[in-house]
Design a protein around this ligand. Structure first.
Ligand code: 7TS
Length: 415
């Protein structure tokens, strides 16, 4: 092994953390699992699984409607979950937290509701080349409806985002800047403060796609002063099927409903319907109750370990990974190596990313290969796909070494 181990944070007990995640005991093909597909979804600690199971066993009911014991218990737990999310991301008010199905729905909600009400022909929606498809297509849909245009901030040749070019793209025609806080392919942490200030200077609003950020860096929406923030529970150790849209109260309050149905109304007649107050105006139908409770438990768990400690641990894992991959002939890491959170994507001369992923899978190593729902970024690099290692709080230097060794073996066999 050519590289030295990364320095281990004194009080970061990764083995204790690993013991909290039952799935890490699964043995694919009889091998020890090495799970490096955390950018796709993270695993769930036992406390989240138990919290959801306990909810179904002891208090399940529909929320906000039944006047009975179970419904009151369920409603209280669901609303407590909202407050946990509020405090976790530093929102000023509980009404600013809307539960959605995930990042994708959160962005669609803003594009459709805010975009539909505020965008006009000639207005510009500013994005970057590395956006996930779920932060591109909703904007294309609303652009078609309104005549607004997408303006894409170009990347430097190494895949980095220059501050100058970013500031140049945000002009008096900009109505919204919608950008990933952390790229799911490059792992770059975007210096969003500068662009938020510039957007506000020209009277535009900012949506941050935090799908890849919340589990890996501390996020405080009030300090950031972003107008909207979107993230998914399943990428922060919580269940699938639920996500969050944070929006500033004044903005959400002025926006029209996104979907119609139960719970989002105040009074319905065939002539005219009036809408419920925030956040219920945006939560039509029976919400994902157990999932909200599971998400809150996941955030408490994340908070108990500490996002700063996790970020430091992951930074060392990623640095170790970059060093090991740089030592393998014909392997090229996508994007700059600095300011990178949890994600390392790469291509290898002469071997297709899918073949790499398949080979590693047989060694018990789960990675991702493909376009990562970022086809414009693949086009920018002139590649159809890439391989991706993405880490979480429970990964170890030893796992990174096993993955790098398996990659070396794979390239030797397949080249
Ligand atoms: N935005 C970013 C930056 C993402 O990485 C993802 C999912 C989404 C939005 C959509 O999140 P969802 O929970 O609504 O699906 N990214 C990935 C990925 O990189 N591999 O699988 C899913």
């Amino acid at each position: 092994m050519p590289m030295s181990l990364p320095e281990v944070t004194v009080d970061y007990d990764v083995e204790r953390i690993r013991a909290d995640f039952p799935i890490l005991g699964v043995k694919p093909y009889g091998k020890q699992l090495v799970y490096l597909d955390n950018a796709a979804t993270t695993h769930k600690p036992r406390c989240v699984i138990e919290e959801m199971s306990n909810y179904y066993a002891t208090m399940h009911s529909n929320v906000h409607r039944g006047i009975h014991y179970l419904s009151e218990q369920a409603t209280a737990a669901y609303e407590r979950a909202r407050e946990t999310v509020q405090h976790f991301i530093g929102a000023a008010r509980r009404e600013e937290i809307v539960f959605t199905r995930g990042t994708t729905e959160s962005i669609n909600l803003v594009a459709s509701s805010w975009g539909g009400a505020n965008l006009r022909a000639g207005d510009e929606i500013v994005l970057t080349v590395f956006e996930h498809h779920s932060n591109i297509v909703p904007w294309q849909l609303v652009a078609e409806r309104t005549g607004a245009k997408l303006r894409v901030i170009p990347l430097e040749s190494d895949g980095s985002l220059s501050v100058e070019r970013t500031l140049d793209a945000i002009t008096e025609r900009t109505r919204i800047v919608s950008i990933a806080h952390v790229s799911n392919v490059l792992g770059c942490i975007v210096p969003v403060e500068i662009l938020i200030a510039q957007a506000h200077r020209v009277g535009a609003v900012v949506l941050l796609d935090g799908a890849q950020a919340v589990a890996h860096c501390s996020v405080n929406v009030r300090q950031l002063d972003c107008d909207f923030y979107a993230f998914s529970s399943h990428k922060v150790y919580g269940p699938t099927g639920i996500g969050v849209l944070y929006g500033k109260f004044e903005l959400l309050d002025r926006m029209p409903p996104y979907q119609g149905g139960g719970d989002m109304i105040r009074r319905v007649t065939f002539e005219r319907t009036t809408y419920n107050e925030l956040p219920y105006k945006f939560e039509a139908g029976t919400p994902p109750i157990a999932e909200a409770i599971g998400l809150a438990r996941a955030l408490e768990y994340l908070g108990s370990i500490g996002v700063v400690a996790i970020a430091e641990w992951e930074r060392r894992l990623v640095e170790h990974c970059c060093n090991l991959l740089a030592g393998i002939e014909g392997v090229h890491i996508l994007g700059p190596q600095s300011d990178r959170a949890a994600v390392v994507s790469f291509v290898a001369d002469g071997v297709h990313p899918h073949d790499i992923a398949t080979f590693l899978d047989r060694e018990g190593i789960a990675i991702r290969a493909g376009h990562h729902c970022a086809q414009p970024l693949m086009d920018f690099f002139g590649i159809p796909a890439s391989s991706r290692f993405s880490v979480a709080m429970y990964n170890t230097p030893d796992e990174i070494e096993r993955a790098a060794d398996a990659l070396r073996k794979c390239l030797y066999v397949l080249r």
